[in-house]
Ligand binder design. Sequence first.
Ligand SMILES: [Mg+2]
Length: 218
Amino acid sequence: MTDGLRAAILAAADAIDAARGELGALDGAAGDGDHGMTMSIGARNVRRRFATLPEDAPDADLVRAAASAMGGVGGAIGPLYAAALGAIAAELDRDTGGEPGIAIARGAAQAAEAAVVRLGHAAVGDKTVLDALHPLAESLRDSEAAGRPRSEALAHAVKAADAGVAETAGMIARIGRASRLGERSRGQPDAGARSFAIIVRALVDWTGQGGVGEDRPA
Ligand SMILES: [Mg+2]
């Protein structure tokens, strides 16, 4: 699925660029307004790194390249993506090449969540990217346990991430710059959670367009 993953990540980069204004506005309501720009720089860095990789680069190498690209954007979010993507790459390295079911996505989401918690010291409910990532990982765990078909499991996961973003609108930021606003941080979704959900949707939408979206049992 090497060609598939490269194209899917590039589709996510395009989706981030398309949402740059929205993300900036969300971050502007609670922070310094740079989130759209920061993520867009990340998208550009990812494209540049990918252009230097061979056509047949393994998935783990693509993810490591994306990690390195995101690590260069700075802010709070760059290191978080670098850590999460690095953890996903390590997870892919451990993959023994079995049937690509939902287990890979579940393992990736869990590894990303653990890395974000470790580095960001955020908890669920702090109004961060974790409030989209945690429900996504939970949804994939539930789908795997329930044996949901892959396409259905991915559709559930996208909805879970979006629902998590919507919930952040009612939260008070407890971490990062927005936490200084206290009660005034309520009312808008968290920009980092929103950009994460945009990436997830783009990745999943792409797989549904004939890339790696074959329906296999989990
Ligand atoms: Mg910001």
